[in-house]
Design a protein around this ligand. Structure first.
Ligand code: FAD
Ligand code: NDP
Length: 426
């Protein structure tokens, strides 16, 4: 049993949706393209799962957040794929791949062949078991990667109203879920090993602003320690957690966000890997010329910083996907991918954006006791990164534009004095 397509996108997440849109913009004939996804629904904007989806009132639900609504483009509903002659093969896991033969084998036993393959398999959430803690499959312990996880989290939240939640991890999932839990009137304790939240991006000064804000909303921070074991009731439900520092926290609900691993396993031994992802060139092409990789699973050259990086953010997924399609369909017209890293988050009334690289010395500006402040990172005499909380659309645009230029900074104190004025003036 088998089917043949010219183009196959493996994975039906954010990158797949944006790639599909680009295929239709550049011209693809009916029946040439298919998307194979383990998820039972058409590609959607994954960021909604830790934000609008978790709201107690008027929560976001599909079809409202199918891609590509996040970039104010068309909303690609299942009907859209049908109208464009794109085959959606949903609820289907690919269990093996043969890049030499250009075939994929699904768990249902179907062989699907391609001329060009775009790998967009994203990543999976790391589990506590991988750190030696058992029992995270209990009904009230929640991970958050896909729609099924988010639906489960909503159900557990609804049965825990007024109760206690323990959030494990102080990264993106931890911060966004803690805020959503508070909005759902659940008492939150956040537990993470670092000295402050968002350890990979925030400096202590930036982190302290967010931690103080969270504390004002009632969040309890337990830092510098990790979970050592769960405590269960006789029905197998978690009732609390023991921490390595010897303390105990009661819990009606536990949310775990301790990082991800890219889904590369189908291609290990067949394609070159680097930094945990599938290594691609500036055309998003892997070590096999018929195979491209995009989104969380791809390690690509970030030209502006002259090194290969793997990014785990939606803007990179959207743009790398579009670029790969362009490189496949219009190879002569498509330059090397030249991407400026962009990360953001929105929680409570807060909203920040970051562009570039957080290396070198941080120079702060704005009012850290108010609602708008930021930082520049200056490395080897160049501005390489910018962070802004509470900015306007124009201000975010300005920090992005200037960061891309990597301007020379001769006088750090002058940059500090000018603050946001530095980018607005340029
Ligand atoms: P994914 O969107 O993860 O899609 C991968 C797809 O591949 C899935 O459908 C999966 O089921 C499928 N798949 C994997 N293996 C197989 C297989 N063997 N067979 C078939 N199908 C397979 N980033 C931001 O920049 N801002 C945010 O606010 C933000 N919020 C987020 C909130 C949450 C809850 C999560 C989980 C992530 C968030 N991110 C955010 C990160 C962002 O969503 C990811 O960077 C982005 O989804 C990556 O897109 P992708 O297409 O590479 O992977
Ligand atoms: P992150 O990598 O952002 O954060 C993981 C956090 O867990 C870190 O603080 C990490 O500490 C900590 N940690 C690691 N191991 C343990 C452990 N055993 N016990 C307790 N804490 C631990 O991953 P997330 O899970 O938060 O997010 C998953 C993915 O979703 C990421 O790709 C992220 O980019 C994406 N996402 C992005 C959002 C956004 O951009 N706004 C929103 C939501 C998700 P350490 O640094 O020391 O390892």
């Amino acid at each position: 049993m088998g089917r043949a397509f010219v183009y196959v996108i493996l994975g039906g997440g954010v990158a797949a949706g944006y790639a599909a849109l680009e295929f239709t913009k550049k011209g693809v004939s009916h029946g040439e393209l298919c998307i194979i996804s383990e998820e039972p629904v058409a590609p959607y904007e994954r960021p909604a799962l830790s934000k609008g989806f978790l709201l107690p009132e008027a929560p976001a639900r599909l079809p409202a957040f199918h891609t590509c609504v996040g970039a104010n483009e068309e909303r690609l509903t299942p009907k859209w794929y049908k109208e464009h002659g794109i085959e959606l093969i949903l609820g289907t896991r690919v269990k093996s791949a043969d890049v030499r033969r250009k075939t994929l084998l699904t768990a249902a036993g179907e062989t699907i062949s391609y001329k060009f393959l775009i790998i967009a398999t994203g990543a999976r959430a790391l589990r506590l078991e991988e750190f030696g803690v058992s029992g995270s499959d209990a009904e009230n312990v929640c991970y958050l990667r896909d729609l099924a996880d988010a639906t489960r989290l909503v159900n557990v939240m609804q049965t825990s109203a007024g109760g206690n939640a323990v959030v494990i991890g102080g990264g993106y999932i931890g911060m966004e879920c803690a805020a959503s839990l508070v909005i759902n009137k659940i008492n939150v304790s956040m537990v993470f090993p670092e000295a402050h939240c968002m350890g990979r991006l925030f400096t202590p000064k930036i982190a302290s602003y967010y931690e103080e804000f969270y504390k004002s909303k009632g969040v309890n921070f337990v830092k510098g320690t990790v979970l050592s074991s769960f405590v269960f009731n006789p029905e197998g439900k978690v009732t609390g957690v023991n921490l390595k520092d010897g303390s105990y926290l009661p819990a009606d609900l536990v949310v775990v966000g301790i990082g991800i691993r890219p889904n590369t396993s189908l291609f290990e031994g067949q394609l070159t890997l680097e930094k945990g992802g599938i290594k691609v060139n500036g055309r998003l092409q892997s070590s096999n010329s018929s195979v491209y990789a995009v989104g969380d699973v791809a390690s690509f050259p970030v030209k502006i910083f002259g090194e290969i990086r793997r990014l785990e953010h939606v803007d990179a997924a959207r743009k790398s996907a579009r670029h790969a399609v362009s490189a496949i369909l219009e190879p002569e017209k498509t330059p090397e991918f030249d991407y400026l890293p962009f990360f953001y988050s929105r929680v409570f009334s807060l909203s920040w954006q970051f562009y570039g690289d957080n290396t070198g010395e941080a120079i702060y500006f704005g009012d850290f006791s108010g609602t708008s402040f930021g930082a520049y990172w200056v490395n080897k005499g160049h501005l390489v990164g910018s962070f802004l909380e509470g900015g306007s659309k124009e201000e975010y645009k300005a920090i992005a534009k200037v960061t891309r230029l990597k301007p020379v900074i001769e006088d750090l104190s002058e940059l500090e004095r000018q603050g946001l004025g530095f980018v607005v003036a340029l």
